[in-house]
Design a protein around this ligand. Structure first.
Ligand code: SF4
Length: 178
């Protein structure tokens, strides 16, 4: 019995250590920690047409919109569906994609969604639309616009796995795989 209790205690301590590690990594990236929530998928409405922001030069289509009431105001919240399980630490690209939809909704509906939902195979995360995420999306959109006007665009070859799956590899050259 004593061994069993010790094993349970070690298990709990290890779990807490991993949780703390994950939270610390999340804090280092500056990304919000997604809160797991229950979300009624029946209320989600499929988005048919892309949302457009001429102001930021952005276009995108969230998988779903769901109407929620915040501070007595009804507003659409974006939902992005991922087929994989929830990652231990929130991926920056998932958070930025959702934040882009929040910005597009703000432009289109003149209401700022306070958060969006990332729906993984095993959980739905509520991701706050923070000022930091908003700034990052605008910064990236501007960088893309600047790059579109330039003749030579510097590429990052730091992720060979991504390059291997990329549709532009043929034009990027073999150096992408190094
Ligand atoms: S192969 Fe694709 S992902 Fe890799 S650097 Fe080139 S464009 Fe980027």
């Amino acid at each position: 019995m004593l061994y069993f209790l010790i094993a349970v205690l070690i298990f709990i301590l290890l779990g807490l250590a991993f949780l703390r590690l994950g939270q610390r990594r999340q804090q280092q990236t500056g990304l919000p920690i997604g809160e797991v929530i229950y979300s009624d998928t029946g209320a989600w409405q499929k988005v048919e047409a892309p949302l457009i922001s001429r102001r930021y030069g952005l276009i995108g289509k969230p998988d779903y919109l769901v109407q929620v009431t915040e501070n007595r105001q009804s507003m659409p919240i974006p939902v992005e569906v991922k087929s994989r399980k929830r990652p231990a630490v929130l991926y920056a690209n998932h958070a930025l994609q959702l934040a882009t939809y929040c910005l597009l909704i703000e432009e289109q509906f003149k209401r700022t969604p306070p958060y969006g939902l990332l729906h993984y195979a095993d959980a739905t995360l509520k991701i706050e639309f923070t000022q930091q995420l908003r700034d990052q999306v605008i910064e990236i959109a501007e960088a893309i616009r600047r790059a579109q006007g330039s003749e030579e665009v510097s590429r990052s070859h730091e992720d060979p796995g991504r390059c291997r799956r990329c549709g532009y590899l043929h034009a990027c050259g073999k150096e992408a795989l190094h």
